[in-house]
Design a protein around this ligand. Structure first.
Ligand code: SER
Length: 388
């Protein structure tokens, strides 16, 4: 099953059960939201989880593109992408968590053909403030799915304040051997679907109050599920990356971790540009700038004559099409090249400045400020130039 078929199967399953599909899934959060990018499927739904009526009703389904920079250092492992897609379903004060888990279980096993023996669940075990999630525990026991109880790992929140609640996560075994151990002890158990019983709100003082309605919020990482269903060992092997694996290694031969970084960051940069963010020294534009600079650092480490101008058009247009973005691929390429030129000039200037006697010894905060404010050289760039 390719990702398109997975999306269709899941969306139709929930539509048949009264869910309406939300359209539009930009990475840019609504105005006034302090977060730079949409980080999960539920993110744009926070006001509705807090009680505002949603125009499409109480049962919703969506495919949301998300960007998580907290995982930037983890890029290159088998399961983390900077930009990824999350399938989400919501009960806004409608059905309960057990119904949601039961549908999830049936969809994975009957709809997508996963062997039930390869599933493991985790459930909130309770602490002194919120009791154990016995309804979810019972559901999994009835289905014969093994359960591990945890406290912190099964409490979902989007930040220190706001809607939160206990969750039940569904894991799929990715090992070559028969399943063993439990999700917290063996990372061959890969999390595929999180069902959050979003019933609480955490206030500034740390206390919990009930939300006006009992919601269920679920999120399923599309590329991760696709790679498991396609029997591949990492998200970079799933069908989404087919054209990247076909074209990039011959164009820019490099080692496997660098290849993964190139796929992830370039694809993410195209999507961010596709949502009309432009490179800048602050905010969203700086996240984009860092992605492009990390790509160039890897490319130039192996061969300084490489240029993003050689990036095949197919990779840009395939990505824009996949994310249903209207931007022209030529414009994306032009912006990438502009950024490449700017970075190359900055490096040249940086090398000259750092060659001065003043910067030969250890650098203090004052030096870093001067290099940043007068020469536009950020600290991380100075560090990497000094290691050349
Ligand atoms: N809020 C949960 C998550 O992001 C489910 O949507 O994983």
């Amino acid at each position: 099953m390719n990702t398109e078929q997975i999306v269709r199967t899941i969306v139709e399953y929930f539509e048949e059960r009264g869910h309406r599909r939300i359209t539009g899934s930009t990475l840019l959060p609504p105005p006034g939201d302090p977060v730079l990018f949409t980080t999960s499927g539920m993110h744009p739904l926070i006001p509705y989880l807090e009680g505002r009526p949603h125009p499409l009703g109480r049962r919703l389904v969506n495919l949301q593109r998300c960007l998580r920079t907290t995982d930037l250092e983890e890029v290159g492992d088998a399961n983390h992408l900077t930009v990824f897609e999350m399938l989400g379903t919501w009960s806004l004060g409608d059905y309960d968590g057990s119904m949601s888990l039961d549908w999830g279980y049936r969809l994975l096993t009957e709809g997508l053909g996963i062997d039930p023996g390869l599933l493991h669940a985790t459930v909130y075990g309770g602490d002194d403030r919120v009791g154990p999630d016995t309804a979810s525990l019972r559901l999994w026991q009835d289905r014969g799915v093994p359960v591990e109880l945890t406290v912190e790992d099964n409490w979902w929140s989007n930040g220190p304040v706001g809607p939160c609640g206990p969750d039940s996560e569904i894991f799929l075994w990715s090992g070559e051997t028969p399943p063993e151990s439990t999700p917290t002890r063996d990372d061959r158990w890969v999390e595929v679907w999180n069902h959050v019983m979003m019933r609480h709100r955490r206030l500034e003082d740390g206390s919990l109050v009930p939300l006006p309605q009992r919601n269920v919020d679920t999120g399923l990482g599309l590329e991760r599920l696709a790679s498991l269903l396609q029997g591949t060992s990492s998200v970079f092997e799933c069908d989404v990356f087919d054209p990247w694996r076909r074209l990039v290694p011959t164009l820019w031969p490099t080692d496997e971790p660098s290849r993964r970084l190139l796929y992830d960051h370039l694809r993410s940069a195209v999507v961010v540009l596709g949502d009309e963010v432009r490179p800048a020294n602050t905010g969203r534009g700086y996240v984009l700038r860092r992605l492009v600079r990390r790509v160039l650092t890897v490319l130039w480490r192996d061969d300084p004559s490489r240029s993003l101008g050689d990036l095949p058009d197919e990779l840009i247009s395939h990505t824009l099409d996949h994310f249903r973005q209207e931007v022209e691929s030529g414009d994306v390429r032009r912006l990438l090249l502009q950024e490449e030129r700017r970075f190359s000039q900055l490096l040249e200037r940086g090398r000259k400045v750092l060659a001065r006697p003043r910067f030969q010894g250890p650098l203090g905060d004052e030096d870093f400020h001067y290099l940043h404010d007068t020469h536009g050289l950020p600290r991380d760039l100075v560090m990497s130039l000094r290691q050349e």
